[in-house]
Design a protein around this ligand. Structure first.
Ligand code: G3P
Ligand code: CA
Length: 269
């Protein structure tokens, strides 16, 4: 599973709710975390970035335009870049109405709020450090937040937390700051480079279209930073037949907006 990928009970890939269960509630909100809990999804993926005053916030885009009402509230502050807003300003925004009126008033959560909610639900976290090149030092901030919110216990480190990024330098930095935290590299580096990345990651997590049988096997024959077999989580898979085919390749986790669809496909075989 993302991590332990411990697919539940040794029976196929773990299911990972993408941006929370974002096919069921607005992405990267507490409602999406709750929806994943409701669906009993083992793992939850969210994206973390940094507000102008340094607070870590959970949001996918580098700006507030698509998923909040910032454009209506602040028409003079285009393009609504995250770093031009304080955490207090961001906390006032509506991050649910764009998705559906029943989610009006949903907020952009801080990382701390997500960590606390997920701990309460007993969920496992696949945390993506989004665009770290925009936020120098964010890796140390993330490690501090994980520590403050109780996410660095031996049990959590062993089976309930993976930090990933498309940015290899950021993943390496995080690994050096917190060597016990399992990590993942997003994307599909060439096979010849896998061994080098395996020194500081536990997972290689490619777009599902890059996950050929050969590529999955090339990853899984290596050992990761913590001595276990290197794992593969694929994204973003929203239809049953594709999920079923990827399970046949032996991937460790499937990241999806629709955990219910993927789970049904995995149990249909
Ligand atoms: O977890 C992988 C996936 O989330 C990467 O793409 O754009 O949804 O963050 P994106
Ligand atoms: Ca992501």
């Amino acid at each position: 599973a993302a991590g332990a990928a411990a697919p539940g009970h040794g029976s196929g890939p773990a299911v990972v709710a993408h941006r929370g269960a974002s096919g069921h509630a607005p992405e990267n909100t507490l409602a999406a975390v709750d929806a994943a809990a409701e669906l009993e999804v083992e793992w939850v993926e969210v994206d973390v970035q940094r507000a102008g005053d340094g607070e870590l916030v959970v949001i996918h885009d580098n700006d507030l335009a698509r998923t909040t009402d910032a454009p209506e509230r602040y028409p003079d502050r285009a393009p609504w870049t995250l770093t031009d807003f304080s955490a207090a300003e961001i906390a006032e925004l509506d991050a649910g109405s764009w998705y559906g009126p029943e989610f009006a008033g949903e907020r952009v959560p801080t990382l701390g709020q997500v960590l606390d909610r997920m701990a309460a639900h007993g969920q496992k976290l696949l945390l993506e450090v989004k665009s770290p090149e925009l936020y120098p030092g964010i890796e140390a901030d993330i490690v501090a937040a994980l520590r403050e919110h109780g996410w660095l216990s031996p049990r959590t480190l062993r089976s309930a937390l993976v930090v990933q990024s498309f940015d290899a330098a950021s993943v390496r930095t995080l690994h050096e700051l917190a060597p016990r935290v399992r990590t993942g590299l997003l994307g599909n580096p060439p096979v010849a480079e896998l061994r080098r990345h395996a020194q500081y990651v536990d997972q290689i997590n490619p777009r599902h279209t890059a996950a050929t049988a050969e590529y999955v096997a090339a990853i899984q024959e290596l050992r990761g930073a913590h001595g276990r077999r290197l794992q593969v989580n694929v994204w973003t898979v929203n239809d049953g037949p594709t999920a079923f085919a990827l399970a046949g390749l032996g991937v460790d986790g499937i990241i999806t907006d629709h955990p219910d669809v993927v789970r049904a496909a995995l149990s249909s075989g």
